[in-house]
Design a protein around this ligand. Structure first.
Ligand SMILES: [Zn+2]
Length: 271
C-alpha cells in the first residue's frame, strides 16, 4: 500500500468510502464542511470518478488533504463519454501507479438499467463496463461499482472476466442472494443513508443476515440525503450516525466497528 493511503487508513476516525465531495454543491463551503466533518470524527474520504472532465481535477483536489480518489466513467453519464475517454483512463491509471497521489481504485462505473432502458443503451453500458473492468484487471486495482437493476449482469461480468481484485458495490440494495454472490467474489457492500429509512425493510433484513464486515459505510454525499437529515445536501457527517445504527444492529461497539471498517478498507486498497 502506498504512503498516502496508509496514512489515511491509519488515522483515527471514520472514512466515508463514497463521497462526491468534489461536486459543485460543496464549492461555496467545502473547507468549512470538511472541518465540521473532522469535528464529528471523519478522518478521510474516498472520492469516486464519474467522467474524464471531472476526474482530471481529482488528484489536485485530494493532494493536500486526507482524501483518496478513484477514476472512472459513470453509467449515468453514458451519453457524455467518448471512446477516447477509455484511453485517457488507461493512461491516467498508469500515471497514478507511478505516483503517490491517492488514487486507490477504478470507478465508479457499472450498470444502471433504470436510467437507460433501451437495448442499444444497455449494450453501450455493458461495453463500457467490460472495458473498465478489464482496465482494473490490467492495473490490478479494486473497483467501485454502481449497480441499479443489474446486479446479476454485473456479477456475471466479474466472473466472465476473472476479475479478482475486489472492490465495493456502492449503495447496495439488492437481494440477500445477490449480496452473498458479491461477497463470494471478494466484494464489500456500500451502506449509506437508505439504511436509516424506516421503509428500507429489505435492506435492513439483508444487513441483519450478513456479517458486519460485509458492509462499508458511505454517504454518496451530496446525494442520498436521508429524511431525518436537517439539510437537503448530504454530508460525510452522516457517517457516525450510520455507524451507530449498524453497530447497534450487530451488537458491537462503535470502536469495534471502526476497526473492522479500517480492516476492510485495508484489505481492498492494496495500493
Ligand atoms: Zn456515487
Amino acid at each position: 500500500m502506498k504512503k498516502k493511503s496508509k496514512a489515511v487508513l491509519e488515522s483515527a476516525g471514520w472514512i466515508d468510502s463514497h463521497c462526491h465531495f468534489d461536486f459543485p454543491d460543496f464549492d461555496l463551503d467545502r473547507d468549512q464542511e470538511w472541518q465540521l466533518a473532522q469535528q464529528q470524527g471523519i478522518c478521510g474520504l474516498i472520492i469516486p470518478g464519474i467522467s474524464r472532465q471531472q476526474g482530471q481535477g481529482l488528484a489536485a483536489l485530494c493532494q493536500p488533504r486526507p482524501w483518496l480518489y478513484a477514476l472512472g466513467l459513470h453509467p449515468y453519464f453514458l451519453s457524455q463519454h467518448q471512446q477516447t475517454d477509455l484511453d485517457w483512463l488507461d493512461a491516467a491509471l498508469h500515471q497514478a501507479r507511478g505516483s503517490d497521489d491517492g488514487l486507490v481504485a477504478v470507478g465508479e462505473f457499472g450498470l444502471d438499467f433504470r436510467k437507460h432502458t433501451s437495448d442499444a443503451e444497455r449494450r453501450a453500458q455493458l461495453e463500457l463496463f467490460d472495458a473498465q473492468l478489464q482496465l482494473a484487471k490490467q492495473h490490478r486495482l479494486p473497483v467501485i461499482l454502481h449497480g441499479v437493476g443489474a446486479h446479476d449482469q454485473i456479477a456475471a461480468a466479474i466472473r466472465r472476466t476473472g476479475f479478482a481484485h475486489g472492490g465495493v458495490v456502492h449503495a447496495f440494495n439488492g437481494s440477500e442472494q445477490q449480496a452473498r454472490r458479491y461477497l463470494d467474489l471478494g466484494f464489500k457492500l456500500g451502506l449509506g443513508g437508505l439504511y436509516l429509512s424506516d421503509r428500507a425493510l429489505k435492506l435492513q433484513r439483508t444487513v441483519d443476515a450478513l456479517p458486519v464486515d460485509s458492509w462499508l459505510l458511505e454517504t454518496d454525499a451530496p446525494d442520498m440525503t436521508p429524511r431525518m437529515w436537517p439539510q437537503r445536501r448530504n454530508s460525510p457527517r452522516l457517517i457516525p450516525l450510520l455507524a451507530d445504527h449498524l453497530a447497534q444492529a450487530k451488537g458491537i461497539s462503535t470502536a469495534e466497528l471502526q476497526s473492522l471498517q479500517r480492516d476492510s478498507l485495508t484489505s481492498l486498497l492494496i495500493l
